[in-house]
Design a protein around this ligand. Structure first.
Ligand code: ADP
Length: 474
């Protein structure tokens, strides 16, 4: 597949050569996209700025109709989109198709929700005054997204931006730009007018530099590492750039002694091993209360042993390859470090390298402690370290002992214990007996160094709206 930039309604190839896209399951070349940079980013932003007056002046009903066509096209093409996604990213085809459906759910949610971007009339303090509050689109939005959800991360930014009346420029991850190209082709087919959406592939630093400095840009929405999020925030500071940042996580999963153990195992497997552990909301640290440690550990080990590793296009595969060599080496490093510091490998623990394809066996580690890398850094791989705890408050303290605050999970059937734990956790997303809480209608985002702002829900639309207060004297 040969991808191109999409700028001002035209598919174009320009830039410094091309970027090769590889299949992480076998290292084969699957396509190319142009290696664009500052020039393409500038053209795309200018196209988005030119298209803004007309797009924002449309009624939300007109915009919603186009978005719903895009939504329908995504679902119509979910299988071939899923294949493209698996081929460049590696996740099992079933998960990839699930991601397309999940992406579509954001489009329909925001197409509907934008119809309710109400302002308000506020009682004034003088008889001849009226106070109006209205919501207006922020303007040109630029987006930078990662490789682990090549479709969903774009959809959940682009859908609310377009619904709100903004125009949009996207830079997808260099590892997974082909899914983005397909999403844009379908958006064009759905009737999004020229210039309203633009896609630029290539040099992250060059494009990011223009995104954060161009005077027409009013908002940057980013999903990726905390490290790059901070760089972009600093770059945007001079312009007081409006930012939404979805950054790293270090999700704790607490299993209390009154949990339904089968439900907890199911939740841990769903959270920990989805996308081979490569999501920012994947459980990273598992805290289990002492009296159920043995039973839980045995059951988790048993469930983990059943997971099949392989090429995501092969039926029955649950765990695809890791994205690349760096990702693989990090996982290996975390496991080796844990073993050196006293962890026991109950299952897995080993990788398998086939040429340029990097697989890692789903792994359960017992006897984890807080000195281990795996308990302090996002592993981004299929490794489940188990650490024991005694008291509820100790579990909450351990869970909060991190600079991150994205997702946390706990398992208990007891309402009052669960409530206390839920309120004590410094996290933006909580799964209570639920390992997969992300949905379009709920706000997704983190506290602390996990970022700023929320995506999805009412908040996800608000992120693309400005609030304007008008005081009228009669
Ligand atoms: P990951 O570890 O998931 O690859 P990154 O934060 O490195 O996370 O990447 C997320 C996105 O940010 C990708 O699209 C990548 O190209 C982009 N990116 C990386 N570095 C920069 C940068 N300095 N400026 C702008 N974008 C960047």
């Amino acid at each position: 597949m040969k991808g191109k930039h999409f700028i001002n309604g035209q598919w174009i190839e320009s830039g410094d050569g091309v970027i090769d896209v590889y299949n992480p399951a076998n290292g084969e070349l699957v396509g190319t996209v142009p290696n664009g940079g500052e020039e393409e980013a500038t053209r795309a932003i200018e196209a988005a700025a030119a298209a803004f007056p007309e797009w924002s002046a449309k009624t939300v009903y007109e915009r919603a109709e186009i978005l719903m066509k895009w939504h329908d096209l995504l679902l119509e093409h979910k299988e071939d989109l899923g294949k493209t996604l698996t081929t460049e990213m590696g996740k099992p085809l079933k998960e990839a198709i699930g991601e397309i459906q999940y992406s579509a759910s954001f489009i329909s949610w925001f197409a509907e929700e934008a119809k309710r971007s109400y302002g308000r009339l506020v009682p004034a303090s003088a008889p001849d005054k009226r106070i109006q509050v209205l919501k207006q689109p922020v303007g040109v939005v630029v987006s930078i997204t990662p490789w682990n959800f090549p479709a969903a991360m774009i959809a959940r930014k682009m859908a609310p931006a377009l619904a709100a009346g903004c125009t949009f420029v996207s830079k997808p991850a260099e590892q997974t730009p082909l899914t983005a190209v397909r999403l844009f082709e379908l958006a064009e087919e759905a009737g999004v007018p020229k210039g309203v959406i633009n896609l630029v592939t290539g040099d992250a630093k060059g494009i990011g530099g223009v995104f954060t400095s161009h005077p027409s840009v009013r908002k940057l929405t980013f999903t990726g590492s905390t490290e790059v999020g901070k760089i972009l925030m600093k770059q945007g500071a001079d312009r007081m750039l409006n930012l939404s940042l979805e950054l790293g996580g270090q999700a704790p999963m607490i299993v209390l002694d009154d949990a339904d153990i089968d439900k907890a195992v199911e939740g841990v497997v769903a959270s920990k091993f989805r996308n081979a552990g490569q999501t920012c909301v994947c459980g990273n640290r598992i805290f289990v209360q002492r009296s159920i440690l043995e039973t839980f550990t045995e059951k988790l080990k048993e469930a983990t042993t059943k997971l099949k590793v392989g090429n995501g296009l092969t039926e029955d595969v649950n765990i695809g390859p890791l994205i690349d060599k760096d990702g693989y080496e990090k996982v290996q490093r975390h496991v080796n470090d844990a073993v050196e510091k006293g962890a026991t490998v109950l299952t897995g623990g080993e990788g398998q390298v086939n040429g340029d394809a990097y697989f890692f066996q789903p792994t359960v580690l017992a006897n984890a402690n807080t000195d281990m890398l795996v308990m302090n850094e996002e592993t981004f791989g299929p490794v489940a370290p188990i650490m024991v705890f005694d008291e509820d408050h100790e579990a909450v303290r351990l869970a909060n002992d991190t600079r991150f605050g994205l997702a946390a999970y706990f398992f208990t059937e007891n309402l009052s214990r669960g409530n206390a734990i839920m309120e004590g956790l410094d996290y933006g997303i909580i799964g209570w007996n639920d390992g997969a809480p992300s949905v379009a209608q709920a706000p997704f985002g983190g506290m602390k160094e996990s970022g700023l702002g929320r995506e999805g829900g009412v908040e996800g639309l608000e992120a693309f709206l400005e609030t304007k207060y008008v005081s009228i004297k009669m």
